[in-house]
Design a protein around this ligand. Structure first.
Ligand code: ADP
Ligand code: MG
Length: 210
């Protein structure tokens, strides 16, 4: 499977599908420890990305991700909008003008995205945020890509599996960043909505290649 611009567009379309499908789940998660808007925010943002993609096909994976970044930045709102905007923009920059994303390039793009989220939001692993999905995903992708023999699908799967496990691992954490941190100890026992939406995004990347 070549991770080219067609794959990238498919990935973004499947992100939009996943956000629509999981809209209510994300709303419920954010109701428990936030203000109930995460599902709406993400669904609105990726519907806007779909509309932008329909306007004109991007020429490279990087161009598709840059368009996504700009669109999410201006439509998602809340804490997540600027964080995801930065993540997609850093990933786009990391890919440069390459026509295809090989396993090391995917691992590097994920690392750039995660670093962007951290630079913007200042959350550390364990703070019960989307960083707790991205960080294990970055590590898993890097390990899977190491040695250069891995096929693309294996690296995508490694990242998505790790992000899902990372989202589940936020359940017992006490939030130290974002709106959920206002709840203090009462934030424990709930899954972080942004970690779940991050895992959905990385799972969509697998489905686009399957
Ligand atoms: P808001 O909290 O403004 O309502 P959303 O509900 O759309 O925004 O997004 C909430 C998610 O954003 C959280 O579940 C968390 O994953 C993520 N988040 C919030 N603050 C930060 C931060 N400082 N760093 C990383 N992620 C954060
Ligand atoms: Mg919210």
């Amino acid at each position: 499977m070549e991770l080219d611009v067609a794959w990238t567009v498919k990935w973004l379309q499947l992100c939009a599908e996943a956000m629509a499908e999981h809209r209510v789940e994300l709303i419920e998660l954010d109701r428990a420890i936030g203000d109930s808007d995460h599902g709406e925010n993400m669904d609105r943002g990726f519907q806007a990305v779909l509309a932008k993609l329909a306007d004109g096909p991007p020429e490279t994976p990087s161009a598709a991700l840059k368009l996504t970044a700009m669109t999410l930045m201006s439509t998602v709102g809340g804490a997540a909008g600027p964080l995801y905007g930065t993540a997609f923009l850093r990933a786009a920059t990391s890919l440069g003008d390459a026509a295809r994303i090989d396993p090391p390039a995917w691992a590097a793009a994920l690392a750039a995205a995660r670093d962007g989220i951290v630079a913007r939001g200042k959350a550390e692993p364990g703070d019960k945020t989307m960083v707790d999905a991205w960080t294990p995903a970055v590590d898993a992708a890097r390990d899977a890509a190491d040695g250069g023999k891995a096929d693309s699908l294996a690296v995508l799967v490694a990242a998505a599996d790790a992000a899902e496990a990372g989202a589940v691992a936020t359940d017992p954490m006490v939030a130290r960043k974002g709106r959920a941190s206002y709840l203090g100890e009462r934030s424990a026992g709930h899954r972080d909505p942004g970690a779940v939406s991050s895992a959905l995004i990385l799972r969509a990347a697998v489905e686009a290649a399957a």
